[in-house]
Design a protein around this ligand. Structure first.
Ligand code: FAD
Ligand code: FES
Length: 511
């Protein structure tokens, strides 16, 4: 099921790809980061093209909860663990600017948004401690947050403490992308869908390789979620996390849904907000995030559904979907020139589920820098130094990834995890209509991702085209997911998202 925002998918007008075009800037990725960046650069008079591997809104922005909030869970204390106060302050300044820029823009182009109070709440004593730390870190960074003792924050269950920040905002993120896309095209920006960035040179102009042909530009912005070019090894400093969302209508005799935007601290994390669908209120319930490629996604989605039904009087689940975002290991997004990009390739990623403000902050910062100036907060963030704790986190994360690589291969090649590949596809039981399953088998030394979706069997290589991770079956979304850096593929091997740039090979391709 697709996200509530993409049902139905809006017919956004885009352009036909013309190869060999020369632009001042090419932006890869038509999510919030990419479209705001292209708008800011086109406003400054640059000739810009946006290339999008799938369609506008296909990525995380089209599947987000879309709370535009400066109260961001435990973000400020995490940043303070790794960096001095001036970095936390600069992060907050950037987010404030991102938030107010977006609200002004939405008013300017007439996109509806709703003012809402944002709450972070705890359900136990350890959560309360985190709230205290967050209030302290936020205040030090220049954001005053109110702490509520023994709070009634409108939820139908008990909470042990809460922080509140009044007058934050929420919106429909696909309305925002639609407005941005129409706006940039009216300014002459070309938007090419179904055009995947696959490579880029270093010299000027940058030669940009795409799935449709070559383009040339003075500047390339990679706004693809996790960056798709491996220079700088960003994939090794980003933790991909997948989370679940569902939308519910209210039962006629039930209590009205709470009107705030809520986020819990601790486990299990829960995120709540309302939206309007066909003129009626719906409750969005999110949570159960986990590293991509781990655990059972269907169990996570089921658990969230049970939780929603236990705690709210809901009538019908109208939508259920999931999406992933990337957390930088040091908690501050990576924004700026890509190493070994000759100063011509820029990147923005690692928003850790706070991209509504951070994507806009990144676009403001990148466009200012590309135009030869600096925002004061961007300058601080650019020159920050990595604290010892952040380095330790990077080491810990990569040790886990390396272990995942080895155990993935070992598991894929053991007998217990295998079937003789030739036998499975025409097995009567396996091809029964409605049957859906996926597992990695081995064909000699070649791990094969064998799936049966509604009775149709697919066999493709189980080796991720990024850096060779062994894929795992996502039993909720019927996809092959890479536990190393979060690339995802359809059962027939087509790349969905992540740092990979090519589809899976057919199972019998030995090249
Ligand atoms: C479940 C969930 C809930 C969230 N809720 C909130 C929230 O309430 N508030 C908040 O502030 N943030 C939230 N976030 C985070 C926020 O949604 C994201 O950080 C933000 O949308 C990222 O925007 P983006 O433009 O960087 O990436 P995306 O929106 O992912 O855009 C990247 C685009 O690049 C395209 N692409 C990928 N590879 C290529 C390639 N090789 N060539 C060309 N194009 C490519 C993709 O198809 C995609 O369209 C949430 C995230 C998740 C997962
Ligand atoms: S995403 Fe990096 S190896 Fe799969």
């Amino acid at each position: 099921m697709d996200s509530i925002w993409l049902d139905p998918r809006p017919g956004i007008a885009t352009d036909l790809f013309v190869p060999d075009g020369h632009y001042d800037a090419v932006v890869a990725g038509a999510g919030l980061t990419g479209l705001v960046s292209s708008l800011l650069l086109s406003r400054a008079g640059l000739r810009v093209a946006v290339i999008e591997s799938r369609f506008v809104g296909a990525g995380t922005t089209g599947h987000t909860t879309a709370k535009l909030s400066l109260l961001q869970g435990t973000t400020m204390q995490e940043i303070r663990k790794n960096f001095p106060a001036e970095v936390a302050h600069a992060y907050m300044e950037g987010n404030k600017e991102g938030q107010s820029w977006l609200l002004r823009y939405l008013d300017e182009v007439g996109v509806p948004h709703q003012s809402r109070d944002a709450f972070t709440y705890a359900v136990d004593a350890s959560g309360r401690e985190q709230l205290e730390k967050e209030a302290e870190a936020s205040s030090e960074a220049g954001l005053q947050i109110d702490t509520l003792e023994d709070p009634d924050i409108g939820l139908p269950y008990a909470v042990a403490g809460a922080l509140v920040l009044r007058d934050q905002a929420q919106f429909d993120p696909v309305d925002v992308l639609t407005a941005l896309c129409n706006d940039v095209r009216a300014r002459g920006v070309k938007v090419f869908e179904d055009t995947r960035l696959t490579g880029a040179g270093n010299s000027a102009p940058v030669e940009i390789t795409t799935s449709q042909g070559l383009l040339f530009a003075d500047t390339l912005i990679i706004a693809t979620g996790t960056p798709v070019l491996d220079r700088g090894g960003f994939f090794a400093k980003l933790e991909p996390s997948r989370s679940y969302l569902a939308a519910y209508t209210g039962a006629p005799d039930g209590r009205p849904f709470p009107q705030g935007m809520y986020l819990s601290v601790g486990n299990p994390g829960r995120s709540l907000r309302t939206a309007t669908r066909h003129g009626k209120p719906v409750l969005l319930v999110g949570g159960n995030g986990h590293p991509v490629g781990a655990g059972s996604p269907s169990a996570a989605a089921r658990d969230l559904d049970l939780w929603a039904k236990e705690h709210f009087t809901v009538a019908e689940r109208t939508h259920a979907w999931s999406a992933q975002d990337y957390r930088s290991v040091n908690a501050v997004p990576f924004v700026g020139p890509m190493p070994r990009g000759g100063g011509r390739i820029h990147v923005a990623t690692g928003y850790n589920k706070w991209g509504m403000t951070n994507a806009v902050a990144a676009a403001l910062r990148l466009s200012t820098e590309i135009l030869g100036e600096e925002t004061p907060w961007g300058a601080v963030l650019a020159h920050r130094t990595s604290g010892a704790a952040a380095l330790a986190e990077t080491g810990k994360f990569n040790a886990g990834v390396a272990k995942g690589l080895v155990t993935g291969w070992a598991h894929a090649l053991t007998e217990s995890n295998s079937r003789v590949a030739e036998k499975a596809p025409d097995d009567d039981e396996a091809t029964a209509p409605g049957r859906t399953d996926g597992r990695v088998v081995h064909d000699g030394v070649h791990p094969v991702a064998e799936s049966i979706v509604d009775g149709r069997t697919c066999r493709v290589s189980a080796v991720c085209t990024h850096l060779g991770g062994i894929l795992t079956w996502n039993d909720e979304e019927r996809s092959w997911d890479c536990p190393l850096h979060g690339s995802r593929f359809t059962p027939s091997g087509i790349l969905i998202e992540g740092p990979a740039t090519s589809d899976l090979k057919p199972a019998d391709d030995r090249t």
